[in-house]
Write a protein that binds this ligand. Structure first.
Ligand code: BV8
Length: 243
């Protein structure tokens, strides 16, 4: 049985100055595979080949086959009770900066409005030639690798290893962490930077930092409170469910 500290209950009840950071574990109960851990992507695939600009330059078709399969998987997934709880909580509180490392779009699909996508979105594509970014939800893709109308090669509009995060989004996420009273870290292994550095920014600025994860992570012994459970179970218990 999960228990919440008095401090957490009061901060969650107050509903002001709450900031959320999510990772792949947030979408696990929607059926989206995570990256690390049992059956994780990185168990079967090489990060270097699939989630880096040099891997894409070397073999764009191979990278696109991987993303096309992930797009197909994610297109069949729906927001879970955790996503819906966060969206309902934002509607009640009026504002909830929701920083996510996820590229699946499930927070927005659940109705969350202020979603800060640090690592981009798997249903957006960007032209390597003219930089044009467009939404593309075709699954499967008709041609691999897909081409822009200008003839340039399209790439997923996501942030790969070795690429910098969108500056404005990262600035907004950092500012939110710096002014948080309560910082919820949900479903992330906390190993990928700079996203994994945000809980320390929030803690240094005085936030009560809470990890929601069924497993231990490198962050576990640095936070103020650990809720050892699944996002779709803990969040409705802590923040209330969807209406
Ligand atoms: C950068 C998008 C500046 C693509 C991703 C060498 C060269 C260059 C950079 C580096 C380098 N060495 C290190 C770095 C920095 C690097 C980094 O941090 N590497 C790590 C691995 C050491 N970072 C970068 O490269 C970043 N850019 O630093 O730019 C720069 C530039 C040039 C040179 C130097 C520096 C860019 C990082 C972004 C990479 N893109 N994804 C795609 O998705 O296809 S990262 C990828 O990992 C996803 O975004 C994912 O979200 C992210 C983190 O993983 P998690 O979300 O935490 O998922 P994971 O599976 O790991 O964990 C799931 C967790 O959920 C687990 O803890 C599990 O217990 C829990 N869970 C499971 N079920 C549930 C649950 N929790 C709750 N409920 C459940 N039901």
């Amino acid at each position: 049985m999960l228990t919440f500290s008095q401090r957490l209950k009061e901060l969650a009840e107050r509903g002001r100055g709450v900031v959320v950071l999510t990772g792949a574990g947030m979408s696990a109960e929607s059926g989206v595979p995570t990256f690390r851990g049992k059956d994780g992507f990185w168990e079967k695939e090489s990060v270097e080949d699939l989630a880096t600009p040099w891997g894409f330059a070397r073999d764009p078709a191979k990278v696109w086959r991987w993303y096309d399969e992930r797009r197909r998987q994610i297109a069949a997934c729906r927001p879970n009770a955790g996503h819906l709880s966060l969206a309902a909580y934002e509607a009640r509180c009026g504002d909830l900066p929701l920083v996510t490392q996820n590229i699946d779009g499930l927070h927005a699909a659940a109705g969350s409005r202020r979603v800060l996508e640090l690592h981009g979105n798997i249903f957006r594509v960007r032209c390597e030639r003219d930089g044009l970014v467009t939404e593309d939800r075709r699954t499967p893709l008709p041609v691999i690798p897909p081409a822009c109308s200008c003839g340039g090669l399209l790439r997923p509009d996501v942030v790969w290893f070795g690429e910098t995060l969108p500056a404005r989004v990262m600035e907004e996420a950092t500012a939110a962490a710096e002014s948080a009273d309560l910082f919820l870290v949900i479903g992330t292994s906390s190993v990928v930077y700079p996203a994994a550095g945000l809980p320390a920014v929030a803690g240094a600025a005085g936030a009560w930092v809470v990890e929601i994860n069924p497993e231990e992570t490198p962050l576990s012994d640095q936070v103020d409170e650990v809720l050892r459970g699944k996002a779709a179970e803990v969040l409705p218990a802590l923040l209330g469910g969807a209406p």
